[in-house]
Design a protein around this ligand. Structure first.
Ligand SMILES: [Zn+2]
Length: 161
């Protein structure tokens, strides 16, 4: 069962290896892209009042994460293109969402660690002091740790994979 769970260390390693964030998605006249760093369009207003974005020629080529050509220019014109727009938004947000979720899980696991004792029954049914969570006082693994480890493998990996 553990083998099919995503590994927290592997998730962190993939996030750490990806191009530095934040990322942004941009939909300009049928050209949909996910961009980072120099490829995120910076807008400025010229003295004439015209708004101008940073040109592609100024981007570091590796800051263009992904790009799609759509058939339509606007939302609501084609369900497939709208799905690509939502996918691009998800990919761009994942660059900051994933590290935040990993940090939140690690913080919860750090709080809900063993180190205390509580009166209860051990695995053999003997009543006495059993290892308990220092945060919530439940026998270890406490309900918080069980809730996390039901979905994520939190076993440390030597190579982070
Ligand atoms: Zn706990």
């Amino acid at each position: 069962m553990t083998d099919i769970l995503p590994s927290l260390d592997a998730i962190q390693a993939r996030a750490d290896a990806a191009t530095e964030g934040p990322w942004d998605d941009e939909d300009c006249e049928g050209e949909l892209s996910v961009r980072a760093g120099t490829a995120i369009t910076q807008w400025k207003t010229l003295p004439s009042g015209t708004r101008m974005g940073t040109p592609a020629s100024s981007w570091k080529s590796s800051d263009l994460i992904a790009e799609w050509d759509l058939d339509t220019w606007d939302w609501g014109e084609d369900p497939n293109d709208d799905q690509r727009r939502q996918d691009a938004e998800f990919i761009a947000a994942a660059r900051t969402d994933v590290p935040a979720l990993v940090a939140a899980l690690r913080a919860a696991l750090a709080l809900h660690r063993g180190g205390a004792e509580v009166l209860g029954y051990d695995e053999e049914g003997v009543y006495g002091y059993v290892p308990a969570c220092v945060e919530c006082g439940h026998a270890v693994p406490c309900p918080t740790v069980r809730a996390v480890t039901a979905h994520i493998d939190t076993t440390p990996k030597e190579d982070g994979r």
